[in-house]
Every structure is written in C-alpha cells, then in structure tokens.
Design a protein around this ligand. Structure first.
Ligand SMILES: [Zn+2]
Length: 231
C-alpha cells in the first residue's frame, strides 16, 4: 500500500509492508525524492512520529532550494547531463529520441508521448550516455588499481549509484550517473573496484579510497545531495 504525505512542505512517498521489522527512510539520490517504508501496523501516525524523530538528519540532507518534485519533461524544463543543466526542447519527428544539440537537450517525439513515456525516453538516453563513457573510464581505473571486472552493466537504480559482486567480479552502475559530473562516475567505479579488495566499508576500505581517489569525500557528499533544479 502506498500513500503520499506532506512533511514540512516536502512530499514523502510512504509504503507499508506486512510484518516489516525495520523502518527505511531513503533520500533517492537521483532526484532527492524521499521515501519511507514501514510496517502497516504503524500507519501514517507511526510514519509521522518517525519522521519527526529523524527531522534533523533529514533536513541536513535536503535544502529548501532543491525541488523534490518529479520532473515533467516539458519544453524548457531543465534536465541534467554530466553535471550541466540543459533546457529540454521538444520537437516532432519520425522517431522518438533524445540528443544533445548545442545547448539544448532535444527530445524528438513521433506523435504524443505521456510523461512516463518521456521519462523512459530520457532514461534510455542516460543509459546510452553512461554506457558510452564507462569503457574508457573503467580501463583507466582498472589499470591504475590493477583490478579488472569480468562484467559491468548500466542499470536503472534509483537509490544506489553502483553495486558490485566481488566474488563474480561484476559491477552495476546506475544510469542516473549521467546527470552528475563525470567525476562522480569515476568515483563510483573506483568505489566498486575497491570492493574487490574489501567487502565492507571499514578502515581498510577507506584507506584504499584515500590512496586511489583522495577527493572521494567531496564527491560522495555531492552524490548524497539531490540535483538542484533552479527555476
Ligand atoms: Zn560500497
């Protein structure tokens, strides 16, 4: 069961589970959307009490200047590519596609496409952008670290930037990284490669990061912030 509530002006997606032991509060890094999942017995009242308790933590991570509503993918709306905001330009054509032309992110549409369709189209563009960038960056970091994945994939992951399976030497990368500066992609690749050496986020893990990617703290901090969609 799902519900949307307003918490001090921030929209929060609530979802209820059956017999769920833990409460999960997430800020989805792609857009700064906030979601909370908890046991249905706790209800909306329990959700609000939990949020009130975690208010300081939450408000430190979001800023009122950041628009947390979903984008509409309409003419002129700013959408992100590799750390830059581009106005969206909608044109008619014979095939649905997105490309960057000069300073515009051009969405070509064959007929009408609803919001979900336009979102899917942009996400596929993001996927192709990340796919195109990864080989170069991964080769660079693999050589530098002496760590080589057997397989990598670009996935639609809204709440994580990357995941890996060290045993299978497999790395998955979020397509939403296309919205961030390329440095963020570099960081995620290094982070996941370092997991080949160390499973956990412990002292040894961070020592590797300090050595291989000294600016990791700032990049991680920026990845925890939603993108600012200025008016
Ligand atoms: Zn990790």
């Amino acid at each position: 069961m799902k519900e949307k509530i307003d918490f001090y002006g921030y929209p929060i997606d609530l979802s209820y589970g059956k017999g769920q032991k833990n409460i999960y509060l997430r800020i989805h890094p792609s857009r700064g959307k906030i979601s909370l999942s908890l046991d249905q017995k706790l209800g909306k009242k329990g959700a609000l009490a939990f949020l009130e308790d975690k208010k300081d933590w939450l408000f430190q991570r979001i800023s009122p200047h950041q628009v947390l509503e979903d984008p509409d993918y309409i003419e002129g709306e700013r959408n992100f590519l590799w750390g830059r905001a581009y106005p969206l330009k909608l044109v008619q054509g014979d095939k649905n596609r997105v490309d960057l032309r000069g300073d515009d992110l051009v969405m070509t549409l064959k007929g009408d496409l609803d919001r979900e369709g336009r979102e899917a189209l942009l996400l596929e563009f993001y996927r192709s952008q990340v796919k195109a960038r990864v080989p170069d960056r991964l080769t660079y970091w693999s050589k530098k670290l002496g760590l080589y994945p057997k397989e990598w994939r670009v996935k639609k992951m809204a709440s994580r930037w990357g995941t890996c399976n060290p045993r299978d030497r497999r790395i998955w990368i979020s397509l939403y990284l296309a919205q961030r500066p390329v440095q963020a992609l570099d960081y995620v690749l290094v982070h996941e490669l370092v997991h080949f050496l160390e499973d956990h986020h412990n002292g040894a893990f961070y020592a590797y990061l300090d050595r291989f990617f000294p600016e990791w703290r700032e990049v991680e901090e920026s990845l925890n912030q939603p993108l600012a969609r200025m008016p």
